[in-house]
Design a protein around this ligand. Structure first.
Ligand code: GYE
Length: 307
């Protein structure tokens, strides 16, 4: 083979593409599956991944992005924990001519030339799906329907949009009333804790729990059982993500429905990185396709679930 300085020429020609990825944390089953998808897809595509876990703190994500800029990675991708506060660091990336891809969550910046593409779910639509399922399920109920809501991380795109989409649908019928709404930060522990407080304050008045993710719903199910009530019977429970834990809860008859939100973004992210390196322009928005799974289909769907 052709050699240069004792190394095969290919060693020079095939310099690996370097991707810096700033992950939010490991707050949920969804996030764990998302991290796994990104790491394994990078390996498969031969992309060198610099992975950084921000432990759910924006300041850590900003630090990670700055360090990727200093290391002159080829592409930066990140899943922004909250929507606001990204202008400065994104301008720094742009000045360094490093393209930025948003995965999973969106940012709220005026200048949208600060990022090249956003790939992930339509959270507004997920909220609407949850709302449509509920209004259909309870269409014959005559009295008021008292809903408690467990919100995701304050200021995050999925918390904002899942709330808005759900409200947009249920407001069509004034019998649906959200009587309590608080953040559980997308974790089981917080979901349980906040549900305990809801139950203490409202007790048997609660008819429905809408949780912005499965982990919070699973935490809340524990709280409901400990309060001597039957989850999915005394309180109808709706959540989002469709992780395996949710299917297990549905098969045990403790969760009524989960709206799908796919964390398997790794392969399309790596494809996008390669496309960028090949000089292609990426679509500004790449939307993930997803469905909804009521408990009646849980046992049949479970073996097909990949996360
Ligand atoms: O629903 C939740 C996770 O951003 C879509 O973050 C993601 C959300 C997901 O912690 O479980």
């Amino acid at each position: 083979a052709a050699m240069a300085g004792g190394l095969p020429l290919g060693a020079f020609a095939q310099k690996k593409v370097v991707l810096g990825f700033s992950q939010i944390g490991a707050e949920s089953e969804w996030r764990t599956a998302n991290t796994e998808s990104i790491k394994s897809a990078a390996k498969e595509h031969g992309i060198e991944l610099k992975f950084s876990d921000a432990q759910q703190k924006q300041e850590n994500q900003i630090k990670a992005i700055r360090s990727f800029i200093a290391q002159r990675v080829d592409v930066i991708a990140f899943s922004p924990v909250v929507e606001s506060g990204w202008e400065t660091v994104l301008r720094e990336a742009k000045a360094a001519k490093i393209p930025v891809i948003l995965t999973d969550r969106a940012v709220n910046v005026k200048d949208d030339s600060l990022w090249v593409s956003f790939m992930g779910s339509d959270f507004l639509e997920e909220g609407r799906k949850a709302g449509r399922w509920l209004t259909e399920k309870m269409k014959d109920v005559k009295g008021e329907v008292h809903i408690v809501e467990l919100q995701g991380t304050v200021g995050s795109a999925p918390a904002i949009d899942r709330k808005r989409g759900f409200e947009e649908i249920i407001k069509a019928d004034p019998k649906f009333k959200i009587i309590r709404s608080q953040t559980g930060d997308f974790t089981r522990a917080k979901g349980k804790e906040v549900m305990e407080a809801f139950l203490k304050a409202e007790g048997k008045k609660i008819n429905v729990l809408y949780a912005h993710n499965d982990d919070m719903a699973i935490g809340a199910i524990q709280a409901i059982e400990e309060a001597g009530l039957k989850p999915a019977k005394d309180i109808v429970i709706i959540s989002i993500d469709a992780v395996k834990g949710a299917f297990e809860a549905m098969m045990a008859g403790k969760l009524n429905v989960t709206v799908e939100c796919s964390p398997l973004l790794g392969p399309q992210l790596m494809q996008a990185v390669k496309d960028l390196k090949a000089g292609k322009t990426l679509p500004k928005r790449i939307v993930t396709e997803e469905g909804i799974f009521p408990m009646e289909v849980a046992a049949k769907e479970f073996p097909k679930r990949k996360y």
